[in-house]
Design a protein around this ligand. Structure first.
Ligand code: PNS
Length: 169
């Protein structure tokens, strides 16, 4: 029987900003792996982020400060290259509704094609966070809505500040 020592996993994403849905996956994944690296994508193809890479990293570090085997880092370029550099053989992804499936399947298969040694593991989002996404949270916050219960309190405060800075509240 092969026993895998020091299993390192990567939980990648934009985290713009981290939500309670992300945090739930982080806490559960941290129990399954010896070391969990939260890898914040610094080159986002999708669109300009609301929070800078440093702001996103700092929020994640603060909300994960009670999880000793969790590290927050950033990466550029291909995720599988970053995984190899960090000796991680597993990518953890959260799955919400069916709508996530197609895109996640495409990413998982692309990553497998690029490096078959890196496996993608999906964790189902907790039911109470099934509707949550960073985009929805930003939509609510930027027009002055209350994001309590959707994001950690520290992130809710940062969203209020951002809305003020942008003159959107
Ligand atoms: O939180 P997101 O925006 O859904 O995260 C997407 C992310 C950052 C995991 C994905 O875009 C990614 O892995 N980007 C790195 C570039 C890469 O490796 N692309 C090939 C796989 S599709």
């Amino acid at each position: 029987m092969k026993v895998n020592m020091n299993q390192i996993a990567i939980y990648p994403g934009s985290f713009d900003p981290v939500t309670n849905g992300h945090l739930d996956i982080i806490k559960r994944a941290a129990k399954l792996y010896d070391h969990l690296i939260i890898a914040v994508a610094s080159n986002m193809e999708k669109k300009t982020p609301l929070f800078t890479i440093d702001e996103r990293i700092n929020m994640l570090r603060e909300v994960c400060s009670n999880l000793p085997n969790v590290e927050v880092d950033s990466f550029k370029g291909l995720l599988v290259d970053y995984a190899k550099k960090r000796s991680a053989s597993t990518l953890v992804k959260g799955l919400r509704a069916v709508s996530d499936f197609e895109y996640e399947l495409q990413m998982a298969l692309t990553n497998r094609k690029l490096n078959p040694d890196v496996e993608t593991i999906f964790m189902m989002t907790a039911f109470r966070y099934i509707y949550l996404s960073s985009s929805i949270v930003k939509q609510v916050a930027l027009v002055g809505g209350n994001t309590d219960g959707m994001v950690p309190p520290l992130v809710a405060e940062k969203l209020i500040q951002k809305a003020k800075e942008l003159g959107r509240e």
